[in-house]
Design a protein around this ligand. Structure first.
Ligand code: AMP
Length: 500
């Protein structure tokens, strides 16, 4: 597998692989520690290839565990600490891991659980290079990322080593990353697929990952001090992170003098942000890139231009990568002519084989392309194409992106009606400048609770905090005496939207 070959190659240099605060890890140490972990997995799990679950945030040990898994022919399931223990448990119930690396006390039970101290002992063991025969094969699952599912149970997107190779090939012409080192911003949680750009593309080119954790992200002073020190050459993030940064006047090319490219992905890139970025970082190319986790990180990209800013259209999400067929189809599945909006279908080697253990969902979302025999995916995104460029017009379902996080509104509703005294719930996105900025929940109580809306909101938030990641928790709760209904008896969300 390309990344494992590259790690071995850079391990023979003096290069640093990852910087995190005062700590750092050289490529040589990453190679040694991932070998030690692979050897341990081969000895402990033998022929059992169940993926290894890794619970933590940005710890330096995590990439060593991930690459160790791949070297031993196993996949991994990274679960970030933003997931509360109950949700982690639901993931564990699906994966049934034999080995869990628990760096932050998620409490999942498995035949072997390594906490930080036990893991450190394993990673410090001297280990020979693991023979390539043990490495993960192209059709084997390299990682599973769990994302919001409309039934309230997270769904695990399986990505194979072959999918990753296709992604790397597809994105290569778009990323302006050199082969002579440099620094790459490493701020995305490892349980979100944009982090693959850092782990596979940047490390695979011998770059140093400069880590920014969620605590640093939450404190502008620390964040800016970190960015000033970072010396990063390449920035890949959601627009939301840049939106936070541009609020400060410090966010200019003086802060990041080396940066050669900004790549924004994961959610709508607004013209306002693009204009601000062009002003603050004159001459630095800005790319809008798009892709669902199910098609391995990114499948389209384009550099944003002044002409695009002046046009009446939204900014395009880009041109399809060479190795991805992006088709826009009508409800009946007919390919639509340029300019007509329909669902975007993706076909190619980077499309996931499906959700882990969910044939029901796979039958709905994935298909085999009749022409090529390749795997295809229904994105649920409404798009149209003009002159090769694809434009995004919104979702066909109730999935939203909030601060770059993927949220199924039905997932939140599912958990709300399990909160004490809530009979019915409807969650709506609050939009500002064409972007979702928060969620509001309408609730129907089983019986009056005598609470002020503030106290009720606090109580519901506290109940949800045990089951949902913080980014999925609505900001506002509005109790209604009755829900407006459509003629088909479903909650009339249009009428509710008028109450926002
Ligand atoms: P995720 O799997 O979390 O990366 O979410 C994928 C979804 O995010 C896509 O199906 C789109 O709905 C949305 N998305 C990703 N990139 C963009 C973009 N550049 N512009 C608009 N929406 C995007």
């Amino acid at each position: 597998m390309f990344i494992l070959e590259k790690l071995a190659q850079y391990a023979r240099t003096e290069r640093t692989a990852i910087v995190y605060g005062e700590d750092s890890l050289s490529f040589a140490a990453l190679e040694q520690r991932s070998n030690a972990f692979a050897r341990y997995l081969l000895d402990t799990l033998a022929d059992d290839h169940t993926p290894v679950m890794i619970y933590g945030h940005k710890e330096l040990a995590i990439p060593a565990c991930m690459f160790g898994c791949l070297k031993s022919g196993r996949g991994y399931v990274p679960v970030d600490t933003t997931f509360p223990p109950e949700r982690v448990q639901r993931i564990a119930e699906q994966v049934q891991p034999k080995l869990v690396v628990d760096l932050a006390g998620c409490g999942v039970k498995a035949p072997t659980v390594l906490d930080a101290a036990a893991l450190e002992q394993v990673l410090s063991l001297p280990a020979e290079t693991v023979s390539r025969e043990n490495w993960i094969a192209p059709d084997q699952t390299a990682y599973i990322l769990f994302t919001s599912g409309s039934t309230g149970t997270p769904k695990g997107v399986q990505i194979t080593a072959g999918n990753l190779a296709a992604f790397r090939e597809g994105v290569a012409p778009w990323f302006n990353l050199g082969l002579d080192g440099g620094r790459f911003l490493n701020e995305i949680s490892y349980s979100f697929d944009v982090s693959v750009c850092a782990l596979y593309d940047a490390l695979g080119r011998g770059m140093t990952l400069y880590t920014v954790d969620k605590q640093m992200l939450g404190d502008p002073k620390t964040l800016f001090a970190a960015l000033r020190q970072s010396g990063i050459d390449a920035w890949v993030s959601t627009p939301s992170l840049a939106e936070i940064c541009v609020q400060s006047e410090q966010f200019t090319s003086q802060l990041l003098p080396q940066v050669k490219q900004f790549v924004f992905c994961g959610e709508v890139l607004t013209k306002k942000l693009t204009e601000q970025m062009m002003e603050r970082f004159p001459g630095v190319p800005i790319l809008n890139a798009y892709g669902p986790t199910e098609a391995t990180v990114l499948v389209t990209a384009a550099e944003m231009t002044k002409d695009m800013l002046q046009s009446d259209r939204p900014l395009p999400i880009g041109y399809a990568f060479e190795n991805v067929a992006a088709r826009i189809v009508s409800d009946s599945g007919a390919v639509l002519p340029d300019g007509e909006a329909g669902e975007l279908l993706l076909v190619g080697e980077s499309v996931s084989p499906g959700y882990f253990g969910r044939p029901d969902l796979n039958a709905k979302s994935f298909f085999t392309d009749e022409e090529t025999g390749q795997q295809g995916y229904h994105t649920g995104d409404l798009c149209y194409r003009l002159n090769g460029l694809i434009y995004y017009c919104g979702r066909l379902d109730s999935q939203v992106k909030l601060n770059g996080f993927r949220v199924e509104l039905e997932d939140v509703e599912h958990h709300l009606v399990r909160v004490d005294n809530i009979a019915r719930a409807a969650v709506l996105p609050v939009m500002t400048d064409g972007k979702v900025t928060s969620l509001t929940a309408f609730v129907l109580l089983e019986h009056p609770d005598g609470l002020s809306s503030l106290k009720r909101g606090q109580a519901i938030k506290a109940a949800l905090a045990g089951v949902l990641p913080s980014y999925m928790i609505p900001r506002k709760f509005i109790a209604l005496d009755a829900f407006p209904l459509n003629t088909n008896g479903k909650v009339d969300k249009k009428s509710l939207a008028a109450l926002l």
